[in-house]
Design a protein around this ligand. Structure first.
Ligand code: FPP
Length: 257
């Protein structure tokens, strides 16, 4: 059942599942399991990644309809260069194809496209697609879809450290002045709030160098579902679990009396 139908048939005043649902402002996803999905279906890994790209489009659409403001997805890590050349090439091609194939539907849904990662090391076609998608969608007001591509959390923190060190060398900043706000301002997308919910598919229990700074107080939800099988119903399951979490950010719950 589509999310749209799921909501349409329910009265928010009387439906306890609907009223209890808290929609995260920012969802991050580690889209894992494309390779295992392909193996299970006797297909090549490239097919797995292609199926994963289609799922990404569906979930972007669902998040937009639900009112999620930011969706950040891990599409290519700084460690993924270690994969066979053919697979790296497939992922580079998919990046370009994704934005061409879904250009009109992303536009129709008012989706703004943003990126985080080291663009300079990528093929020219990827850099061009990245820049065009960013520029063309800049004024869109809907969901912000953020692709972490050639991204690593450690690499992002090294970039921030270098920038702050440079500011200190230029004497525009004193080391003793550096606080959380300074570090945040040197990250790839300082204006984007930290993720509320991080979903990882395929049952792996690790962060894999994703959003190391930003995930400090993010709620995790892990599913055994392989990414190409992840659908709207599974997304809702994650959001329902998130809705019941008690987020204390290191404090304790205040009680009366
Ligand atoms: C991890 O699964 C997935 C990736 C490294 C790539 C994620 C890419 C997509 C979902 C497609 C969308 C991509 C673009 C560029 C729009 P895995 O291959 O490690 O799976 P495995 O652990 O089962 O082998």
């Amino acid at each position: 059942m589509s999310l749209f139908k799921w909501f349409k048939g329910r009265d928010p005043q009387t439906d306890p599942t609907r009223t209890a649902l808290k929609i995260p402002q920012h969802i991050a996803i580690i889209m894992d399991g494309n390779g295992r999905w392909a193996q299970k279906h006797h297909l090549t890994r490239s097919f797995g990644h292609r199926a994963g790209a289609e799922r990404l489009h569906d979930i972007t659409d669902a998040c937009g309809r639900l009112g999620v403001r930011y969706l950040t997805v891990y599409t290519f890590s700084t460690e993924n260069w270690k994969r066979p050349d053919e697979e790296v090439q497939t992922l580079m091609n998919l990046f370009v194809e994704f934005f061409h194939k879904y250009d009109s539907s992303l536009k129709q849904n008012d989706v703004r496209l943003r990126f985080m990662g080291d663009k300079s090391a990528l093929p020219a076609s990827v850099q061009q697609t990245w820049e065009e998608a960013e520029a063309e969608s800049f004024h869109r007001q809907g969901l912000q879809l953020i692709l972490a591509f050639n991204y690593g959390g450690r690499q992002e923190l090294i970039k921030a450290a270098r920038q702050l060190a440079q500011d200190c060398c230029n004497q525009t900043l004193q080391p003793s002045q550096i606080d959380e706000q300074h570090v945040r301002s040197a990250l790839f997308l300082p204006d984007v709030p930290d993720p509320d919910l991080l979903i990882r598919t395929s049952g792996e229990l690790r962060l894999s160098n994703f959003l190391l700074w930003q995930a400090a107080y993010t709620e995790f939800w892990i599913t055994d579902t392989l990414w190409p099988d992840f659908d709207e119903a599974t997304l809702l399951e994650a959001i329902r679990a998130f809705s019941s979490r008690d987020r204390r950010y290191g404090a304790i719950k205040t009680t009366r009396g």
